[in-house]
Design a protein around this ligand. Structure first.
Ligand code: PLP
Length: 387
């Protein structure tokens, strides 16, 4: 059976070059980067090379990059590390749970939080961020690109507001890195999170950019690895893989890759929309990363569609992968004002570097066919047709 993977916002396959770069660090060059002998020095050299590659992707200095176990840890460090009891933080209602639940925890610990809304296209209004500022505001955390809709947020304007108000600005760039240029200088942020497995690097790797001179509290205490943030022996093969993935992502961004990917995404989206009635695109009209589209199909459950598509060999998702299993509609789509029913009738399609035109053709055939079949057996749809 043919299988096509269009769920790259959940995770991406490791590129062969990334895998090859990692391999020797499991078998021969396995040193602990803190050891002073040959093995350790070689490992340290590899970690520093990777730090340079990640810094280059983000237009940061190598010393501003801290390796983490992924986007979630980077978000936690970038938020917990900058905020103390009594501080106020501003986030948006469409943040990933790695940011939302961190802010919720801060509230339990004696901080205050404001969650700014989004418009129907899923965009934060920088004016709302400015209006939410308080004398005790310490941090603004607004994502660069949303994981469900791909909508890009006005982070440069928000960075300017943060600088003027002299508050920290953290942005979760997990779904932006490797898809659109991410430049910490232009954004003017103090902290920025990325994740390895969203850019064709290994799962369980990530990094936090922390602007030079910014004092950050560690999350994990132990030895002095990563300048104590976080303590613990570095994940050497993982860091090497993340570095290689960052290097390849930079090259790809400088190529025709992003526009070709956007063209493939648009072809899939438009052909499906032409073929299916009572359907639409969430976040249409907003600036979006080139690999993502989020579609609603009335008169059905997104979960049922995801399962039916999987049986046909097409992997997509409904809502965020992390919250699938729960039948709750997506908090992102609800924040955009979608009625519950439509939010539950939405699926996310996300392309990767391995996606081919044939994969897109497959989606163009299989999605309308499957939607049609599910609607045929849907009493709600039959009733709507009669009316
Ligand atoms: N932030 C966003 C926007 C994400 O999409 C994800 C993963 O889905 C994360 C953070 C968490 O990253 P990780 O899976 O590396 O912990």
């Amino acid at each position: 059976m043919r299988r096509v993977y269009l769920d790259n916002n959940a995770t991406t396959p490791v590129l062969p070059e990334v895998f090859e770069a990692m391999r020797p660090f499991y078998l021969e060059q396995f040193g602990n980067a803190s050891s002073i002998h040959h093995y350790g020095q070689h490992a340290r050299g590899a970690v520093e090379k990777a730090r340079g590659s990640v810094a280059a992707l983000l237009n940061a200095r190598p010393a501003e990059i801290i390796f983490t176990s992924g986007g979630t840890e980077a978000d936690n460090l970038g938020i917990f590390g900058l905020v103390s009891r009594g501080d106020h933080v501003i986030a948006s209602t469409i943040e990933h749970s790695a940011v939302l639940n961190t802010c919720k925890r801060l509230e339990q610990m004696g901080c205050e939080a404001t969650y700014v809304p989004v418009n129907s296209r899923g965009e934060v209004n920088p004016g709302d961020v400015r209006a939410a500022l308080r004398p005790n505001t310490k941090l603004i955390s607004i994502m660069m690109a949303n994981n469900e809709t791909g909508v890009v947020q006005p982070v440069e304007e928000i960075g300017k507001i943060a600088r003027e108000a002299d508050v920290f600005f953290h942005t979760d760039a997990v779904q932006a890195a490797g898809k659109i240029p991410v430049d910490v200088q232009k954004i003017g942020c103090d902290a920025l999170s990325i994740s390895g497995h969203k850019i064709h690097g290994p799962q369980g790797t990530g990094a936090l950019f922390i602007k030079k001179g910014t004092l950050i509290q560690p999350l994990i205490y132990g030895g002095s690895h990563e300048r104590q943030r976080p303590a613990g022996t570095e994940n050497l093969p993982g860091i090497v893989g993340l570095g290689k993935a960052a290097e390849l992502a930079k090259l790809w961004l400088e190529s025709s890759g992003p526009s070709e990917m956007a063209a493939m995404r648009d072809r899939l989206q438009n052909q499906v929309m032409n073929a299916v009635e009572a359907a639409g695109v969430n976040g249409l009209g907003a600036s979006r990363v080139p690999n993502t589209t989020n579609l609603w199909f009335d008169y059905m459950e997104g979960e049922a569609l995801v399962i039916a598509l999987d049986l046909k060999g097409l992997a997509v998702s409904s809502g965020a992968a992390c919250s699938s299993g729960a039948i709750e509609p997506s908090h992102v789509l609800l924040a955009m004002g979608l009625p519950h029913q439509r939010a539950r009738a939405s699926i996310r399609i996300s392309l990767g570097k391995q996606t081919t035109e044939e994969d897109i053709d497959f989606g163009i055939t299989v999605i309308p066919e499957t939607v049609g079949r599910l609607r045929e057996i849907s009493p709600v749809y039959q009733k709507a047709k009669v009316v």
